[in-house]
Write a protein that binds this ligand. Structure first.
Ligand code: SD4
Length: 290
């Protein structure tokens, strides 16, 4: 059978998916494609939900969450890490160079310095200005599709047919100090099983954690559901636990071993990008609420 390398990511990230595609198209591994791809968003100061330029917590500190998974089910994550510009690369080092899966806070930062990462001020003037403005009311009210837009979760299949995934974020803007969302939690914000496929999430992380969303979607695909059907069921599980709430957004994307993809969300407005030898498109996602 012919293997068709492909990368997909949450939202309409053309540059990040193009970068990942470049790695895949030149024979690189899905793991390298993921790391190089999501780094584009970590480095983009205009993306205020990932890496440098990310919106801070309510005390004004930018704290980053990221995780990565490879074809063998190895995984690494950093949680609430400060002052380091590329958490996805630190997560990969946690996976490859330590006996652990997760490092949090100061420990993660310390480990990054030991691995040669440089101390970086992640708070940009723009994010600082907005935070100071927010402080006037200090109202914690995530705005659907706007304020917490732009976490990047990415899944890739390389020329060997091997799947890897990654997810990286600065989390919900103005979160409590120490708050960690779904994005660095294996099974919640991301899950990959090379036998079956992968899934990743964006949106209000607490709700994704409650249903172990990405793991659920991969297991549903194992049971025979298509990526699209599995994403829809993932969202339905969340809505079943939120009968009285409809004011938040979650988007899931998934890919299976055959390279079929799917995406589904709660509120209109989510999309995901696919990039392969057949070209690249932004796929507007169908939503649970209309
Ligand atoms: C979180 N899921 O920390 C992340 C936020 C997010 O686009 O996806 N933003 O809960």
């Amino acid at each position: 059978k012919t293997i068709r390398p492909i990368v997909i990511c949450t939202w309409n990230f053309l540059n990040a998916s193009a970068e990942a595609w470049e790695v895949l198209n030149t024979g690189g591994s899905s793991l390298d494609a993921i790391e190089q791809g999501v780094m584009v968003e970590e480095n983009d100061v205009n993306n205020q939900t990932v890496g440098t330029g990310g919106r801070p917590d309510r005390d004004g500190n930018v704290t980053l969450d990221a995780c990565i998974m490879d074809k063998d089910g190895n995984c690494g994550a950093v949680l609430a890490m400060q002052n380091i510009a590329n958490p996805i690369s630190v997560a990969r080092k946690v996976m490859q160079d330590t006996p652990h899966v997760m490092l949090a806070g100061k420990g993660a930062e310390q480990f990054a310095y030991e691995k040669g990462f440089e101390k970086t001020d992640l708070l940009t003037e723009q994010s600082k200005k907005e935070w100071l403005e927010w402080k006037k009311t200090s109202e914690y009210k995530p705005i659907i599709n706007i304020e917490n837009h732009d976490t990047i979760g990415m899944l890739a299949i390389d020329k060997n047919g091997d799947i890897a995934g990654g997810c990286t974020t600065s989390g919900m803007a103005y979160k409590m100090a120490g708050r960690v969302g779904d994005s660095p939690i294996i099974g919640a914000g991301l899950f990959v099983d090379n036998e079956v496929g992968g899934a990743t999430a964006t949106g209000v992380g607490e709700e994704v954690v409650r249903t172990v969303g990405s793991f659920l979607i991969v297991e549903l695909m194992r049971q025979g559901k298509s990526p699209q059907e599995a994403c829809e069921e993932g969202v339905k599980r969340i809505m079943a636990k939120n009968k009285e709430r409809n004011d938040f957004q979650i988007g899931f994307i998934a890919i299976n071993k055959k390279g079929e993809t799917g995406g589904y969300c709660i509120q209109p407005g989510f999309s995901y990008r696919t990039y392969s030898g057949e070209g690249h498109v932004n796929n507007p996602s169908d939503s649970f609420l209309k």
